[in-house]
Design a protein around this ligand. Structure first.
Ligand code: ACM
Ligand code: ZN
Length: 756
């Protein structure tokens, strides 16, 4: 199918957009609403020249489950019969760029889904299904319209980690259904991890005999360091995998399998310790995190991995094979005579180049079988393998560098695409790793960074959400974390999202909740939660509340629970003294959300001007410097949104009080969470200036003092007349050997600088 339809589309768009309340997601590229409706009833038939196509059967079964109507599939019927036509309109079978395009016409007498390829027909059907209500009625009305549609991005993906927790094959099929429902086309199946090897490999049976099982798991958050001692695990047989691949292929979804290397491989090493530097023995990990024992790049290891990949490639027909490459500590390699010998023999500079050598060897092998590799952005370090694609997860920088080097990129930055992050107020949510990525944030994502030229941007294949399952041990919990966030991502990837029209998306999304209810999906309703923003204000801050309908917000300022008779929110609340604000969203006088609770600690620095010499990392810097003087103290168990995070950089903040005041106390909070590579700064110094830039140091806080005070620092000094206060926290720097994240930059987290 040529893009001839585009011309029609431009005309159609002009007719009118937006007068209907249809809740299509992802919103089609072009839609024209017309008067009248098609009536779906028991005599309607599905007419198609390919009566045995998967698409025709899928449509029949889906209509049956939504409405109870069991429609016949026929090749030809008299004109008088109401039909849903599936028109496989093969014009140019080589025009594979357009294989996802479709046209959907709903007229009074017939519905037509037309496309050159089955995939387009499938997407047309998915759109049609969103127009058909879930109701068992004899006459179901579908509004007349015409849609001409195609996606923007080629890679519209969802990832799932089945290593940390194992999910049965039946759930994997449901996951694929959800991907298909939102016209996404890639399932990145993360099959191997430190905590479990999940794919049967005939040549190496111990991978699943031993590597798929562990004798305990973490309970609660990592910071609690608690474990159970339960035998836990599971794996997919090759027969199950074949069935799942066929299931996905029918739904036009490519499964990209991931076999992690050289790190995150402890489960494989537990089965075959001879592939390590030390020889083991090892056990399958019970703890989350990053482990020092990784594959040793010796011939035996390459033979093993090539044999594994040969079986993997026989099972998965995908163009790309994911080889991991992330978070590989170099500790063992530094102390391994074999590794050091290779570094010398191959003329490599260091262990980073050794990792690059490792990946390049694997790439050559995969390329020799007609496939390509994709890996996490660490594969850029030490030199990128010549044909590799990059999955950018530590922000978008890796993806930007790769695209500039003309490598294909899939964007998965933690900031917008990590669906293991919290999506609502942490205290109201099931335990999660951290972070804060709500639906609105996902919806605001743009996979094409502004740093790229239009030519470079063509290397961005698309994006995907990553679902790491340390804290998800049931299918229902996985559903909760992905839905509805994946609906937002689907519209970003289809290319019709517009973050300035987020409210329009949100209203459509709420309509989908009833679909989830009908399908029995366990989805998050965090969307109804009252969210907040703070702004600087005279002598304090202004607390702005938001919800799906702001008029539904009720709040209190005296610490009591909001009720139907509480104050109705009208405009940002001015906060100039210590107080607790509680708010909830009400519909029909009933609270529909959990209570938002915000404690304000107002000090002399609250709402004042603050300047940062170095900017925080994009993932943990939403509010910029103001986060440190917004009167809201971060919650130490959840290092998500209240904190500023600096990756390898120092905090260097200067607060201007606006006038000279007497000051004798500064309070600051910092964090340590080594598993997440967060370390206390080396030291924090506090400086004051009464005038201009004449700063004088008034305090030094050592890392030991931070340790003793759990990062909550109260610094008293002699009374000073000051206008400016400067706080410098020196980043811990490169993480030393033996610590989680060794060799990488440390994260530095800081919150609130209160001054009295
Ligand atoms: C990752 O999140 N370690 C790719
Ligand atoms: Zn070694």
């Amino acid at each position: 199918m040529k893009r001839k339809y585009i011309l029609i589309a431009i005309f159609l768009t002009a007719i009118g957009f937006g007068q209907s309340n249809l809740s299509l997601i992802p919103m089609p590229q072009n839609i024209s609403y017309q008067s009248g409706s098609f009536v779906l009833h028991s005599k309607t038939v599905i007419q198609t020249n390919d009566v045995t196509s998967f698409e025709a059967l899928f449509l029949k079964e889906s209509i049956k489950s939504q409405t109870g109507l069991d429609l016949k599939i026929v090749k030809r019927v008299p004109k008088s019969v109401a039909t849903i036509n599936l028109v496989f309109d093969v014009e140019d079978p080589n025009a594979s760029d357009f294989k996802e395009d479709y046209i959907l016409e709903v007229a009074a007498k017939s519905i037509t889904v037309k496309a050159a390829y089955n995939q387009g027909i499938f997407y047309g059907i998915q759109t049609l299904l969103q127009l058909i209500p879930f109701e068992h009625n004899s006459d179901i009305k579908i509004p007349c319209l015409e849609i001409v549609d195609h996606p923007k991005f080629k890679w519209r993906g969802m990832h799932l980690d089945v290593g940390r927790h194992f999910f049965p094959a039946e759930f994997i099929k449901k996951y694929i259904d959800y991907i298909a429902m939102y016209k996404m086309n890639t399932f990145h199946w993360h099959l191997t991890e430190d905590q479990g090897w999940r794919i049967e490999i005939k040549k190496y049976p111990k991978l699943t005999q031993f590597g798929a099982w562990r004798e305990g798991s973490m309970v609660g958050h990592y910071n609690e360091q608690k474990f159970d001692s339960l035998h836990y695990g599971g794996f997919y047989t090759q027969d199950e995998i074949k069935e799942i691949v066929a299931y996905a292929t029918a739904r036009h979804i490519t499964i990209v399998p991931e076999i992690e290397m050289p790190g995150h491989s402890l489960a494989a090493l537990a089965a075959y310790p001879e592939l390590s530097c030390t020889g083991g023995p090892f056990e399958v990990a019970k703890k989350w995190g990053v482990f020092d024992d990784v594959y040793c790049p010796k011939e035996e290891t390459f033979t093993f991995l090539e044999n594994v990949l040969t079986e993997v490639m026989a099972l998965f027909p995908s163009e790309y094979i994911h080889i991991g490459g992330d978070e590989c500590p170099k500790t063992r390699w530094k102390n391994c005579t074999h590794c050091q010998k290779i570094i010398v023999e191959k003329g490599l500079k260091d262990e980073h180049e050794l990792q690059s050598y490792f990946i390049q060897r694997i790439e050559k092998f995969v390329n020799s079988k007609g496939r390509k590799i994709i890996g996490w952005d660490e594969i850029l370090e030490g030199g990128l393998a010549p044909n590799a694609a990059v999955m950018s997860w530590r922000g978008t920088e890796g993806g930007i560098s790769a695209a500039k080097e003309k490598h294909f990129v899939v964007m998965t930055p933690g900031s917008h695409c990590y669906f293991d992050h919290y999506q609502g107020e942490p205290k109201n949510e099931p335990i999660a790793i951290g972070g804060y990525t709500n639906v609105e944030k996902v919806y605001a994502f743009n996979p094409i960074p502004k740093e790229l030229t239009p030519e470079e941007a063509t290397y961005i294949l698309g994006a995907q959400a990553n679902v790491w399952t340390e804290y998800m041990n049931t299918p229902e919990h996985v559903e909760y974390m992905i839905i509805p966030r994946m609906a937002a991502l689907s519209e970003v990837l289809w290319g019709t999202s517009d973050s300035s029209k987020y409210k329009n998306f949100e209203q459509r999304l709420i309509q989908h909740f009833s679909v989830y209810d009908h399908k029995g999906i366990n989805y998050s309703k965090a969307l109804f939660e009252v969210t907040s923003k703070v702004h600087p204000a005279e002598n304090g801050v202004a607390f702005e509340l938001q919800s799906v309908h702001p008029k539904g917000i009720k709040y209190t300022t005296d610490g009591s629970e909001p009720s139907a008779s509480s104050l109705v929110y009208e405009k940002p609340i001015l906060v100039t003294a210590n107080q607790t604000i509680k708010a909830a969203y009400f519909e029909n006088n009933k609270a529909k959300s959990a209570t938002l609770q915000q404690l304000f600690a107002i000090s002399k620095s609250t709402g004042k001007t603050i300047e940062l010499l170095h900017q925080p990392h994009e993932n943990y810097g939403i509010g910029g410097g103001f986060t440190l003087v917004d009167g809201m103290k971060g919650n130490t168990s959840k290092f998500g949104r209240d904190w500023l995070g600096f990756w390898g950089k120092d905090l260097h903040a200067t607060i201007d009080l606006g006038t000279v005041l007497t000051v004798s106390k500064v309070e600051i909070s910092t964090l340590t969470a080594p598993a997440s590579w967060i370390y206390y700064p080396k030291n924090i110094t506090i400086w004051v200036a009464e005038e201009g830039e004449n700063f004088e140091q008034v305090a030094v806080i050592s890392a030991e003092e931070m340790e003793q005070n759990n990062g909550k620092l109260v610094v008293n000094f002699d009374k000073q007349r000051v206008q400016k206060i400067r706080v410098i926290a020196q980043n811990n720097g490169i993480i030393p050997d033996g610590k989680p994240g060794a060799g990488s930059n440390s994260w530095l987290f800081i919150d609130e600088i209160s001054v009295e």
